[in-house]
Design a protein around this ligand. Structure first.
Ligand SMILES: Cc1cc2nc3c(=O)[nH]c(=O)nc-3n(C[C@H](O)[C@H](O)[C@H](O)COP(=O)(O)OP(=O)(O)OC[C@H]3O[C@@H](n4cnc5c(N)ncnc54)[C@H](O)[C@@H]3O)c2cc1C
Length: 505
């Protein structure tokens, strides 16, 4: 083999996977079609990116590239009145120079041993025994590489024929101009037929973007999208002063429809980032989600590479993680669209505020739909929080505690020591997903103590041998609130259990 993996695309997804696999000791080739990473859309980055950079030991990188930090947000969304939201910490409200950010990641990967081929194109690839044979055109020459896996991180352009839309069609239209006329803040505004986003870029320009149904600008003025954008800005409250800039600058457009790849790991090719799932830009979290998924994919790859027999488990973990990420994002997006002021009577908002009926009868579509429905059920369930009154605390501590009968154990692929392994996980109607670990502690061994009847205080004291007392109390409190642990003390009965018990009396 010439390398372990060949990554196609030097965006955040491909580079994050490359850096993680280099950390784990693998040999990596990166193929990027441009002379330097173009840094696609996605300058507004969410707080979690900093944690991922820390994990990859490149945390200095955010400060090294031009950026704005802690921009406040002015928002017209749930009502027609503008609200001002401060950045809640220094990591939120960050705008980075994406091309420089991607280039800096690429240079770190090169420093750590990745072979980087720029202005290069993959011309052909095919299975070759246990690995893949990839033909790359680079500097006017063709080179063939033998690798164990190909990582497709080409962004939204990857494998369009194998993608299914997870929401109605969405078009993004945008233009940029000198930032002098706009304040240093991010602005978001819901309009009757779409929404607007604007923010200053680190290069001194200001970008304003409109998101709408692709048919809307065509209906408004066929073949003249700038006319609709100008009209949309002119009738807005927060962007009215940008309307004239539209005529003076180049208008750009791209499809922004969320989608998921049907075959994210197949035939020696594994898809990452937007090539695996493209999110609705509403959350401005595409870069973070792409990077996070690459870390999880790297764990799956490491598992498959170190133990052939674990390859199916690694693939299951990869697929479950993909579906979980996409389903959670669809669910979050629908609810956010539903909160917008025009949601009650505008077709644009109504179509997005409800589950999108994915038409393709594929396994991916089915599992995505099931995961999405499960999230809905969790949310519809009444809250089960309990308040403990001080006078009942002693009684609560001495009362017996036991595991809810609605709990069951299943085997779940989990990440343990950088590899995917099967672990016992607890399933319960009040839990969003099966749980194998709480705060890093193996739940099965924590709850195993309850084979003997014991009081809450004895349970806490047993756990305190393994963890700080404060952590033990927090975990027990959380499990009691969720109704996973039940207490003989009424003061600790979760509201939902108490309510149903009362209704049966
Ligand atoms: C309108 C819009 C606005 C967005 N705004 C935000 C935002 O504010 N914040 C945010 O976090 N996310 C945002 N996103 C999402 C964000 O752009 C993506 O989620 C993120 O860029 C995904 O990273 P990636 O590495 O998967 O793909 P990309 O960033 O698209 O990188 C793909 C790389 O592959 C290269 N490539 C493509 N084809 C080939 C090929 N054939 N051979 C070799 N190389 C190739 C490209 O040149 C590029 O370097 C937005 C998306 C859209 C559509």
């Amino acid at each position: 083999m010439d390398a372990d993996v060949l990554v196609i695309g030097a965006g955040p997804a491909g580079l994050c996977a490359a850096l993680r696999l280099l950390q784990l000791g693998y040999r990596v080739i990166i193929v990027e079609r441009q002379t330097t990473p173009p840094g696609n859309l996605g300058e507004a980055i969410t707080g979690g990116v900093a944690n991922i950079l820390d994990f990859l030991v490149v945390s200095d990188l955010l400060d090294a590239v031009p950026h704005h930090r802690a921009l406040p947000t002015r928002l017209i969304w749930s009502s027609r009145t503008a609200e001002q939201r401060p950045a809640n910490d220094s990591a939120s409200g960050t705008m980075i120079a994406r091309a420089q950010f991607d280039a800096a990641l690429l240079s770190r990967a090169a420093d750590r041993g990745a072979r980087c081929l720029l202005s290069a194109t993959v011309r052909a690839m095919a299975r070759d025994g246990e690995g893949m044979r990839v033909n790359v055109e680079h500097g006017g020459q063709h080179q063939t590489f033998r690798v164990r896996l190909v990582l497709d991180a080409r962004g939204r352009s990857a494998g369009a024929q194998n993608r299914i839309a997870t929401a109605p069609p969405l078009l993004a239209l945008w233009c940029e101009f000198e930032a002098t006329s706009m304040p240093a803040e991010t602005r978001v505004e819901a309009l009757a037929d779409g929404w607007l986003w604007g923010a200053p870029l680190p290069n001194g320009r200001y970008r304003v973007m409109a998101f709408c149904d692709p048919a809307t600008p065509r209906r408004h003025a066929p073949s003249q999208p700038p006319i609709w954008l100008k009209a949309a800005l002119a009738r807005s409250h927060l962007f009215v002063q940008c309307a004239d800039a539209v005529a003076a600058t180049e208008l750009r457009a791209c499809a922004a429809t969320p989608s998921i790849s049907e075959h994210a790991w197949q035939d020696g090719v594994l898809r990452l980032g937007d090539a695996a799932f493209a999110l609705d830009p509403l959350s401005s979290s595409g870069v973070e989600k792409a990077m996070r998924f690459s870390l999880q994919a790297a764990t799956a790859i490491h598992t498959a590479f170190t133990d052939n027999a674990s390859a199916p488990l690694a693939q299951t973990y990869f697929q479950q993680t993909l579906i979980d990420t996409a389903a959670r994002h669809c669910f979050w997006t629908e609810r956010y669209y539903a909160q917008a002021w025009p949601a009650a009577d505008s077709p644009f908002w109504q179509a997005r505020a409800q589950p999108f009926p994915v038409q393709t009868p594929s396994a991916t579509a089915r599992t995505l739909g099931a995961a999405r429905r499960l999230l809905q059920m969790q949310t519809d369930r009444p809250p089960s929080a309990t308040a403990i009154r001080a006078d009942t605390l002693a009684h609560a501590l001495l009362a017996p505690v036991f595991l809810s009968q609605a709990s069951t154990w299943i085997e779940l692929p989990c990440v343990v020591d950088d590899r995917v392994q099967l672990r016992a996980a607890l399933q319960h109607p009040n839990l969003e997903r099966p749980l194998a670990f709480v705060e890093g502690y193996d739940l099965l061994s924590l709850l195993h103590a309850l084979v003997e009847q014991m009081s809450l205080s004895t349970l806490l004291s047993q756990w305190s041998h393994r963890m700080p007392a404060r952590t033990a109390a927090r975990i027990a409190g959380w499990l009691l609130n969720k109704g996973v642990l039940l207490s003989g003390s009424e003061s600790l009965q979760p509201a939902v259990t108490t309510a149903s018990a009362l209704s049966h009396r």
